[in-house]
Design a protein. Sequence first.
Length: 279
Amino acid sequence: MFEEFFEMYEPEEQEVVALINRCIGGGYNNRGNFWEMTVVTLGMVFCNTGTLSTKEERLEWPVTDEERNSNKGWGRFQSEQICRLKIQRMKEEWAKGLVVRPWCISRVVKAHEDCPELQAVLDEYHKPVVIQDQVLGELILDKNYDAFEGEIQWCGTNVSISLEINVESKSSWTRARSAAKKLLAACDAWDKAMRELAAKNLTELANNWLSQDEENPRNPEKDPITEEELAQRISMTSLSVTSGGSFTAWFECDEMFTDHAVTVYGSLKKGVKTANIEG
């Protein structure tokens, strides 16, 4: 029943020993009415050449809707599992436009394999990567999400910061830190712009929510939430910055939108762009 899936891949099989990082989920294939599960690797040894690659690869396989949440789907591989597999490369015509050209798993030869080369890769992966920045403080790499995490002072408030980077490109580390420092250097102006946009976009919605809150005695018709009030009541909790200079700021909303967060998106070049509620 998975013919539509396997026709996307070259017929030639390669045997590899793979170090699994994690399962990143599955996308639904409308043509074949099945799910395509995906794991990403920390490393692979190609058995025909003995070549070790530490480039992140994507390995995919098809499952039915019933299998997706079973040990044939999400539970098929565990994080840091080393296994011997038969894989096939996606055909070039199907891989156009993809960031990574994936492989499919045609067979699990051995679910658990000893491999000193990949064990060394895993040992290196476990070593923490820490940057001590004079402005941003200590930044620790979260290898699962390709982001440096830390805490900064934003307009006198402790705020979590995340720098989204390409782990394999240290120049992206530098660009993300530079972008964050530019935001922080002008935090008063950026904070004001974020709050004003959130107030402009969300004050009417806040009053709609207030009118439906039966436990809140405040009457939005007689005593509505104003833009000035909303701007003052929200408080930033975290800030994410990319190496390209885009950012997302999350604000706690003081229960105006129950447990949702106010999010503001923007970039250094274009300023603040949109404000929504999420969560």
